[in-house]
Design a protein around this ligand. Structure first.
Ligand SMILES: [Zn+2]
Length: 481
């Protein structure tokens, strides 16, 4: 019973009144993807330039054929051999450094834990900058409260640092890759708002100084969390959201987007496990556009909401089933699964054998090459690259050259290509042994290239290798705070 209440509190913390949110559906701020154009074939002049680049390489004869880009024909949806992609998107609510180290050791490493050997998965997390909560929930198993929660600054003081070094360490390790908004601003009285634009300005100054550059944002909490944005609707519960309202003292999306946030979870929970695309465009009230992303948060059972996003109430395994993973592959889909890994007040969050078994099944799907489990930022960036990469394919003397030109993000404009921005991109070619991929006029080094045999379509492919597996236990050398 206690565990059920904990789960209940979590939805209050992260969403507010769920029914109101769920009926919101497509908020007025969500724009149709028909509103933007996909990259087209290169113009004649650009094509000439590409041929010149390819010609400039050694061993060239003169006859080059430029193949018109055909995204459906050329691009594999996921890196070979995977048939789907999956990320946990974890809200950092009520997480102490002890809990964070504990559950990431189980999820990310192969070290021994109370639930057996770790899973060795790439699981990121979100972070908080400030702590403004005056409800004082119990957050860990010894009865700790908000003073023990991992935050960059101490309470609301931008000049006093709490876990700044620790968070920088975990950001560099990849265990933190997103913001759960600027902090926890939940108040007993939702009208008693303690967030301000000044805090947002100081947060970005401090994060930049530390070299922490999160690319996605997940809204948090009740109506006192005015910093939330992306789901505003004048007639719905989300009317409190003010982060993107230039007339509000809580406005910050100008600086937040300028500092590199490209994706937002806008508080709209969803019961759809798999998505063809994890992202959709949102028009903010300040005129800017940003990618919204889908998160699987709950099931509706007999008209009631059954939250999937807490790990400690004994029913996690019902949401992460083998059937769903199989369906994800059959439908070639993405899943971003919402969680509150640190929301537990148990000594270790994965205390039920069936839950651990469900997580081990997911890990098996990853390690056997069926579903690529990746941190949220990597999944989101990959989906943008896969959908909007601008490339040209040329053939000469039986060899194929694929030149990756740019990522033409329809919301943020043309992005220059670095290898990490296009990792995993996989192109079908007739003879991958005789193919190469060129980025910025240079062939991608052999050690970064992956040659693939025919897949389920019968076609072989060539791709840029995904990020190397990293199951190091970064909690071992973590700063004390
Ligand atoms: Zn939250």
């Amino acid at each position: 019973m206690l565990a059920r209440i904990a789960g209940f509190l979590l939805f209050i913390f992260c969403l507010g009144l769920p029914a109101a949110i769920i009926t919101l559906g497509q908020a007025t701020s969500v724009i149709s993807s028909a509103a933007f154009t996909y990259p087209e074939n290169l113009s004649g002049a650009e094509a000439e330039e590409e041929i010149a680049e390819i010609d400039a390489e050694p061993n060239g004869q003169k006859q080059t054929t430029l193949l018109p880009a055909n995204r459906d024909r050329d691009l594999r949806k996921f890196p070979y051999p995977y048939g789907a992609m999956f990320a946990f998107a974890s809200d950092i609510d009520d997480t102490t450094p002890r809990e964070f180290a504990m559950y990431h050791r189980f999820l990310n490493t192969k070290e021994m834990t109370p639930a057996g050997p770790g899973l060795g998965l790439d699981v990121g997390d979100t972070m908080w900058v400030y702590m403004g909560n005056n409800v004082y929930p119990k957050v860990d198993y010894k009865g700790e409260s908000v003073e023990a929660v991992m935050t960059f600054n101490r309470y609301l003081d931008p000049k006093s640092f709490k876990n700044a070094k620790l968070l920088k360490h975990y950001f560099d390790a990849g265990w933190v890759d997103g913001l759960h908004s600027f902090g926890d601003f939940i108040r007993k009285d939702p009208k008693d708002v303690v967030f301000s634009r000044e805090l947002a300005v100081a947060a970005w100054e401090n994060l930049n100084q530390a070299g922490i550059h999160p690319v996605y944002w997940i809204n948090h909490g009740n109506e006192a969390n005015k910093q939330n944005f992306g789901g505003y609707h004048p007639l719905k519960f989300t009317r409190y959201q003010a982060g993107d309202d230039p007339k509000s003292p809580y406005y910050h999306t100008d600086i937040t987007i300028r500092n590199g946030v490209r994706f937002v979870w806008n508080s709209v929970g969803e019961d759809q496990f798999g998505q063809d695309s994890p992202i959709f465009p949102i028009q903010l009230r300040d005129g800017q556009k940003i990618w919204g992303f889908h998160r699987y948060t709950h099931e509706v059972v007999n008209g009631k909401i059954d939250w999937a996003w807490s790990a400690d109430d004994g029913d996690f395994y019902r949401f992460l089933t083998k059937e769903r993973l199989e369906q994800l592959i059959a439908n070639k889909q993405y899943c971003i699964f919402a969680q509150h890994f640190g929301g537990s007040t148990s000594e270790f969050p994965f205390i039920f054998a069936k839950d651990v078994e469900a997580l081990r099944t997911l890990a098996d799907y990853h390690h056997s090459g069926k579903i690529l489990v990746a941190r949220t930022s990597r999944l989101l960036n990959y989906s943008v690259a896969q959908q909007f990469v601008h490339y040209v394919t040329a053939q000469r003397n039986g060899r194929t050259v694929i030149a990756i030109k740019s990522i033409q993000d329809p919301l943020f404009g043309k992005q220059e290509v670095t290898i990490d921005k296009v990792r995993g991109l996989t192109f079908y070619v007739d003879d991958p042994q005789n193919a190469k991929i060129v980025i910025n006029r240079r062939a991608v080094p052999k050690e970064e290239i992956q040659i693939n045999p025919p897949d389920e379509t019968g076609r072989p492919s060539i791709g840029i290798k995904w990020f190397a597996q990293d199951s190091k236990d970064y909690s071992l050398n973590a700063p004390a705070e």
